[in-house]
Design a protein around this ligand. Structure first.
Ligand SMILES: C[S@@+](CC[C@H](N)C(=O)[O-])C[C@H]1O[C@@H](n2cnc3c(N)ncnc32)[C@H](O)[C@@H]1O
Length: 284
């Protein structure tokens, strides 16, 4: 039994029965099509000299499965929860005959050294305890071939942003429709979580702490019931723990392992431009 099993065991559950909800979610909960476009360009160039690459995909991100499936690539999805993957199957629009699932814990991946040409990960490490992230990236380095590519994307903690429950309620009272936009809502709730409820030692915030504070403010200000759903995280994800790294954390955890060939920020919404990044990396 590893010391993190409690956290890992816990993180398995939130994903059961989520496909319907996941379909209604927008980036940064899932990669944006522009981010996929950013990865497709180097992928096509890579295929010119490595036509049948072996690809490792963390989780079952439908957007990545569609991109990799488009080229019928040999894809190994790795996920601890086959049910969650089955859920996500319904959201992948491209059926890839060369796709297979390895049911494994991301912290215990024992694929051989230099086994994959391409490794893809979208908001993966934020499901893992912060203190395991450096090992997580070191293991990706070990599994990636010398001239391989690492497609990394993640939401990140932006220390320059701050908001309070009262400010969110004031913004709602000014324009109740503002928070009907999913991305406006997750942006401000994530900023509330990181600026007011962040556990500096464990580098995470709990959705439940954010919801508790918002429910209290909503009731204190006597707002209508619909505000309860518009100004809180969905009940289906209330148990979620968001481990949240800064860009500097990624730099530190990847230093000596990967060099950045390119990076991309989707500016189509401030929820992305303020706290989501995509990076094209290769081994140093
Ligand atoms: C937010 S997604 C993160 C990964 C990726 N963005 C995706 O869409 O699959 C959650 C998925 O990660 C899986 N997961 C969470 N923690 C894991 C772990 N320690 N090992 C393997 N899979 C894990 C869950 O089962 C779920 O399918």
């Amino acid at each position: 039994m590893g010391s993190h099993d409690g956290h890992i065991e816990y993180m398995k559950d939130p994903w059961k029965g989520l496909a319907v909800y996941w379909a209604s979610c927008k980036p940064f909960y899932k990669p944006s099509l522009k981010e996929m476009g950013f990865f497709e360009k180097p992928l096509k160039e890579f295929l010119e000299y490595t036509p049948n690459p072996k690809v490792l995909l963390f989780g079952a991100t439908p957007e990545f499965r569609d991109l990799l499936g488009k080229y019928r690539l040999d894809v190994t999805m790795v996920d601890i929860n086959p049910e969650a993957v089955k859920e996500m199957d319904s959201l992948a629009t491209v059926k890839n005959p060369n796709e297979k699932l390895a049911v494994k814990n991301w912290l215990e991946l024992d694929f051989p050294d230099e086994n994959f040409d391409i490794i893809c990960a979208d908001s993966t490490q934020d499901n893992l305890p912060f203190e395991t992230h450096a090992d997580f990236f070191r293991n990706i380095y070990r599994m990636l071939k010398e001239d391989g590519l690492f497609f990394f994307a993640s939401v990140y903690k932006n220390p320059s942003l701050s908001i309070t429950p009262r400010q969110i309620v004031e913004r709602y009272k000014e324009n109740p429709a503002y928070y009907e936009d999913f991305q406006n809502r997750i942006h401000d709730l994530f900023v509330l979580g990181t600026s007011q409820f962040f556990d500096k030692e464990k580098h995470y915030f709990k959705f439940s702490d954010v919801n508790k504070a918002m429910h209290a403010e909503i009731r204190a200000q006597g707002l209508p019931p619909e505000a309860e759903t518009l100004l809180t995280f969905d009940a289906r994800e209330e148990g979620y723990i968001q481990v949240h790294s800064t860009l500097a954390d990624f730099e530190e955890q990847m230093s000596g392992l990967f060099e950045e060939l390119d990076s991309y920020v989707d500016n189509s919404h401030h929820a992305l431009s303020n706290m989501k990044i995509a990076k094209l990396l290769r081994k140093i």
